[in-house]
Design a protein around this ligand. Structure first.
Ligand code: FAD
Ligand code: NAG
Ligand code: NAG
Ligand code: NAG
Ligand code: NAG
Ligand code: NAG
Length: 531
């Protein structure tokens, strides 16, 4: 009896000590959890959606949507909590309690942010994780669909194709990208010359605002709707779902992937590509990728230009366009494959021929690496001598590789103020600088990032200036970081003008109106006006 009551006593004191030290070191934490359960509806208890670091599944939940291994290290700052929302009320509770307890919120949908902005922070934070909110309902009669933020592009393409072989949606190439971040940052893909960006085809959205209200386009108003569609949703609220307008695609499309090295006249073909890629028929999209590979002469390096195409039509019509407009490529009918639109999504993602369409439902990317991306806009063709200099520099640095995505067509017809995305008429193509590496560690990361910055710097004379424009979905913290303090407006202008040009001012005005306390903030969010 005596033994048992003394052990009971020591057990109690251990519990008391533990909870005291926990409360002292992390009082926000306990009160925050308490707040969440207070604001949780009994029909949808939030407790089952909470992962604290002591939960055995915490690491796997966190890592499940880390899509850049640069941010999968032991020194990467970790969230105090992950809320894997399964109901709108969890989002509302997260916002209300985050505001009350001053714990920074990060919103993650697919986790593809190139700089980890959705799941890393230098200040104490938690993650509102949206992957459970991923329903997709397609209405072919209305040619529309509601897509929740946690859905992936692959799931969306699959669900559309399941209902119709002649409908599609213009969005990104990689099937594991999340709708949440992708649509709120613009969203481009291989149908942009025909149909514009994803955001040009979004007609409604549901968002939880800073006061925890669930709003749709009508109740949020046209200003806020304009802002969240390409202005970066995370500056304004949590987007729950989007209503997209489907587009028509032919039952049969044609694809090709053809590579030419410098020894195979790549310089001339790339030069000619620049004369036509943004001007040809809107049904034709030819992405150009340039990387450094071994030359046929042993021990030497060369540059390889790969032309990857989606054509919304038959191979016969494609060949006739190609042989008139870009005969230098020497496209043969044997290079072309006709297939359904959804199969072309698999082809573009480099799935092996014959891979079942169900592969689009796989949420795990085919490859995960450490990566750095940067973007630029090309307004004028680069002269041949300029190309030759770039090849020399690329061979010297070995990385990054370059991806040119042609504009023109529908992209040039849409007003630069129709959405916050300003890069419309007058752009030949967007350039992506891409470096991937497998080595662990910060020294390797710094070295590869340095190489990426070197080519970016070398390209200065050829690309857009004043401002040197950039694409929000290709998040690049080299363009400036916001500390969200008293200089936040000035800090925000630096990257804001590059991403949004003249639209930046309107984004700031809307931000100041709907979130004057700058609750929805991150390293590159839209600031409020300073007065
Ligand atoms: C392999 C790969 C391929 C890509 N291909 C393309 C492409 O073809 N075309 C293209 O345009 N882009 C492409 N991107 C870029 C991609 O569009 C962006 O990284 C996009 O933001 C990713 O969305 P996400 O939901 O997966 O990312 P997340 O990392 O979850 O989010 C990105 C940003 O959006 C915010 N956010 C996420 N969800 C919400 C929400 N529900 N409400 C409010 N804010 C939210 C986050 O806080 C963060 O700031 C690619 C990226 C990768 C890694
Ligand atoms: C981890 O969290 C989940 C979700 O709240 C819960 O169901 C599970 O019981 C927790 N596991 C542990 C070991 O705490
Ligand atoms: C991420 O890091 C964890 C912990 O070191 C490791 O177990 C996991 O394999 C890493 N993920 C990938 C995809 O490398
Ligand atoms: C390269 O182009 C030149 C001139 O256009 C042509 O004569 C030559 O055959 C081409 N070489 C290759 C390998 O295609
Ligand atoms: C390229 O050449 C180097 C040697 O010069 C060799 O080590 C490497 O394996 C080659 N790479 C490929 C992809 O063939
Ligand atoms: C990266 O560049 C910086 C500035 O040029 C330099 O100081 C640093 O040593 C470089 N780091 C690596 C790993 O190459």
């Amino acid at each position: 009896m005596g033994t048992s009551s003394s052990s009971m006593l020591s057990l109690l004191s251990i519990i008391l000590l533990l909870s005291l030290s926990w409360a002292a070191s992390d009082s926000v934490h306990g009160a925050f959890l308490q707040c969440l359960s207070t604001h949780s509806q009994s029909s949808h208890p939030i407790s089952a959606a909470l992962y604290t670091p002591d939960n055995s599944s915490y690491s796997s939940v966190l890592e499940s949507y880390i899509r850049n291994l640069r941010f999968n290290t032991s020194t990467t700052p970790k969230p105090r909590l992950i809320i894997t929302a399964t109901h709108e009320s969890h989002i509302q509770a997260a916002i209300i309690c985050s505001k009350k307890h001053g714990l920074q919120m990060k919103i993650r949908s697919g986790g593809h942010d190139f700089e980890g902005v959705s799941y890393v922070s230098d200040v104490p934070f938690f993650i509102l994780d949206m992957f459970n909110l991923r329903s997709i309902s397609v209405d072919i009669e209305d040619e529309s669909a509601w897509v929740q933020a946690g859905a992936t592009l692959g799931e969306m393409y699959y669900r559309i194709a399941e209902k119709s072989k002649t409908h599609g949606f213009p969005a990104g190439v990689c099937p594991t990208v999340g709708a949440g971040g992708h649509f709120s940052g613009g969203g481009y893909g291989n149908m942009m010359r025909k149909y514009g960006l994803s955001v040009d085809n979004i007609v409604d959205a549901e968002l939880v605002d800073v006061n925890g209200r669930l709003l749709n386009r009508k109740s949020m108003g046209e200003d806020l709707f304009w802002a969240i569609i390409a202005g970066g949703g995370a500056s304004y609220g949590v987007i729950v779902s989007y209503k997209i307008k489907l587009v028509q695609v032919p039952a049969t499309v044609t694809v090709f992937r053809v590579a030419r090295t410098l020894e195979q006249n790549a310089t001339n073909i790339v030069y000619q590509w620049q004369q036509v890629a943004d001007k040809v028929d809107g049904d034709l999209f030819i992405r150009l990728t340039m990387d450094v590979v071994n030359s046929s002469r042993s021990g030497e390096k060369t540059v390889r230009a790969t032309f990857l195409s989606l054509f919304l039509g038959s191979s016969e019509r494609l060949l006739s366009i190609m042989n008139t407009r870009l005969p230098e490529l020497g496209l043969q009918s044997s290079d072309c494959t006709e297939m359904s639109w959804v199969e072309s999504v698999l082809f573009w993602t480099e799935f092996a021929t014959g891979t079942p369409v169900e592969a689009l439902l796989d949420r795990n990317p085919q490859v995960l690496t450490h990566l750095k991306r940067k973007s630029d806009y090309l307004k004028e063709p680069i002269p041949k001598a300029g190309l030759e200099g770039i090849w020399k520099k690329m061979i010297e640095l070995q990385t990054p590789y370059l991806v040119f995505n042609p504009y023109g067509g529908k992209m040039a017809e849409i007003s630069p103020s129709a959405t916050p995305f300003p890069h419309r008429a007058g752009n030949l193509c967007k350039i992506m600088y891409a470096t991937n590496w497998d080595e662990e560690g910060s020294e390797a990361a710094e070295r590869y990032i340095n190489l990426t910055q070197k080519l970016y710097s070398y390209m200065t004379p050829f690309v857009s200036k004043s401002p040197r424009e950039a694409f929000l979905n290709y998040r690049d913290l080299d363009l400036g970081v916001n500390h969200n303090g008293k200089n936040s407006y000035l800090e925000g202008r630096i990257y804001g003008i590059k991403y949004f040009k003249e639209n930046f001012n309107r984004l700031v005005r809307i931000k100041t109106k709907v979130d004057p306390g700058n609750f929805f903030r991150n390293e590159q969010s839209i600031p409020t006006l300073p007065y």
